[in-house]
Design a protein around this ligand. Sequence first.
Ligand SMILES: Nc1nc2c(ncn2[C@@H]2O[C@H](COP(=O)(O)OP(=O)(O)OP(=O)(O)O)[C@@H](O)[C@H]2O)c(=O)[nH]1
Ligand SMILES: [Zn+2]
Length: 313
Amino acid sequence: MKPAGSKAKAAATGDTALVVGAHGRHVVIETPSGERMLAHARGKKSACVVGDRVQWQPAGDEAVVEALVPRRNLLMRQDEWRSKSFAANLDQLLVVLSGEPMFSESQLTRALIATEDAGISATLLLNKIDLPTAALARERLLPYKAMGFTVLETALTTQPEASIALLTPALGGKTTLVLGASGMGKSTLINLMLPLAQAQVGEISQALNAGRHTTTTTTWYWLDADDRTNGGALLDSPGFQEFGLMHITPQRLPELMPDLRKHLGECRFYNCTHLHEPGCGVRSAVERGEISPSRYRLYEGLWAELSEGQQKG
Ligand SMILES: Nc1nc2c(ncn2[C@@H]2O[C@H](COP(=O)(O)OP(=O)(O)OP(=O)(O)O)[C@@H](O)[C@H]2O)c(=O)[nH]1
Ligand SMILES: [Zn+2]
């Protein structure tokens, strides 16, 4: 075995590669020349996620991940049993929503809290605006517009050209993780923006193989395969059902919810939980209609859920 020092030095001088697919300790990396290969992470600590930059060494036809380049950010979720990382080094999250099926405000709020916690910005996309149910969905998104989120609107299937024209500048040059609950139109969006996406998926799942037909982890797609430095990328993450926030303490919730955060200086007690204290600025704002009742209810529910988790943990 070579001394660890020389190996570390070789890795440090090597080019970094991008993780474009990951399944446990098996990852698919893309080298600066655009070559993709299967790589193995060393040791348990070196778990990589899509979007990571890694130092690597060739090992036959495959590669070994030597070290992880420090991350700019990491989007994760955590339930009682385990934590799951979606992706690292993101510029933004795009949440696809629709009125049919109606999006879940709880799911949306959870995703936005995790995103805020990770220091990543988020854009909302109301899809299926060709359907009458879009009106109600639009109304339910008003509080989110008021707290500063951009809400784009598309009819991906009936107005594909207009959708591309709207989405191209919103996605260009950025690394965007796309989230969407089942039926909202996430696959339609990916296929519209990336006509060759299916081919890229095939390639990555084949490399990670283990006989799986569908990707169960996040997948990286270049928006423009000829411009891998500035062109931007879409990351498709399957499964948006349970967005556990167990990695966040209940005390931090108000600062991660922009509509509540705005009123934090207005409470009588510095350590106000905004649940029952007198002179609470947050609850006054709810009464004045400046914080929507649904958002406040979500806050109460999350507080209870995360406090219980804290007691157990
Ligand atoms: N009317 C209308 N239907 C749409 C629109 N966008 C997508 N759909 C339809 O909605 C259904 C769900 O779209 P998908 O793109 O498969 O949704 P998804 O979010 O990927 O859902 P899963 O595949 O279950 O993860 C499909 O039948 C689409 O054709 C739209 O803008 N308007
Ligand atoms: Zn308060």
